[in-house]
Design a protein around this ligand. Structure first.
Ligand code: SF4
Ligand SMILES: [Zn+2]
Ligand SMILES: [Zn+2]
Length: 302
């Protein structure tokens, strides 16, 4: 297997591009894909302060690393979810990476803000852990980005994630979610701008980036993920990709280029009221996160 660029020994094959690359030219390909996503979708500029949501896994560390490597001003945000040893190992990966780069890592504890860890909050509110976790992460990431004055919040969603989410939304025709599934969501109404610079790259490629760059990421998946719908869709789409390489990219990139512009999801979030408890934007008296917190703390008192 020879590198498409230099004819040296290749370390990875990328079937959807019909290309093999050596380590050096794979890194160049990866940087190009990220730069193209940033420029084509006007995600941010060199002077912007970027907050990267870091889980300690391959996608978020690859994202943080490639942004620093491309010369962007990127800091990390780690949320302590309180999911046992998994959370602590993830935190260590995030800290090690930040230290090795001399980059700023902000750490926030869900327990301090919510009155319980994710597993405790799920039990006390009788909701699914992933439902509670998704709501909590969105809220805290938004708040930290806005309160600390970052220009943009970047997440490590890759092509496989985007394909699975889009598939799940399309089979249920969740039009509101479909309209907002974009590489960039503009700031407004008290929300930060949100971007996904890795949407053109697969998780196999983010893992390869980390291995070649010597990044020590947490390989284990969150124990709460087992059996969730998102993972099942990923498996289905992997089977399709196996039969017909390039399907996933056509599905996601075709959606973004052709359908998404017709859906008008790029308008800034409408102005909402503010939560009487935390000041976050909300259409109710108290935001969904604070009302979850009330349930978690209230349940503890009985
Ligand atoms: S799998 Fe669920 S609980 Fe675990 S990090 Fe993801 S959303 Fe949170
Ligand atoms: Zn090469
Ligand atoms: Zn609130």
């Amino acid at each position: 297997m020879k590198c498409r660029v230099c004819r040296g020994e290749a370390v990875i094959d990328i079937r959807r591009h019909n290309a093999n690359f050596c380590a050096e030219h794979f890194l160049a390909y990866f940087r190009r894909q990220v730069q193209r996503a940033i420029e084509n979708h006007r995600m941010f500029a060199k002077e912007d302060r970027i907050l990267v949501a870091v889980s300690g896994g391959k996608d978020s560390l690859a994202l943080w690393d490639v942004l620093l490597d491309l010369g962007y001003d990127a800091s990390g945000l780690y949320l302590g979810l309180g999911i046992g040893g998994y959370s602590e190992r993830s935190r260590m990966s995030a800290r090690r990476f930040a230290q090795s780069k001399g980059a700023l890592l902000i750490e926030e504890e869900v327990e301090d803000r919510l009155g319980g860890t994710i597993p405790e909050a799920a039990e006390k509110s009788r909701r699914s852990p992933c439902g509670v976790c998704g709501l909590t992460k969105r809220h805290l990431m938004d708040r930290v980005a806005v309160d600390k004055g970052f220009d943009v919040l970047a997440t490590g969603h890759n092509l496989d994630d985007e394909a699975a989410v889009l598939f799940g939304n399309v089979i249920r025709w969740e039009m509101e979610y479909i309209a907002r599934q974009r590489p960039v969501l503009p700031e407004g109404g008290g929300f930060p701008r949100k971007v996904k610079p890795l949407f053109r790259l697969t998780e196999r490629e983010t893992a390869a980036w980390c291995v070649i760059r010597g990044i020590d990421y947490v390989v284990e998946e969150c124990p709460m993920a087992a059996g969730n719908r998102h993972l099942r869709y990923k498996e289905l789409l992997d089977t399709l990709e196996e039969m017909s390489p390039g399907s996933k990219a056509e599905f996601v990139l075709g959606f973004i280029d052709r359908l998404s512009p017709l859906l008008g999801g790029d308008s800034p979030a409408r102005e909402l009221g503010t939560c009487s408890s935390c000041g976050a934007p909300t259409s109710s008296e108290v935001c969904a996160f604070c009302s979850l917190g009330e349930r978690v703390r209230g349940a503890g008192r009985h």
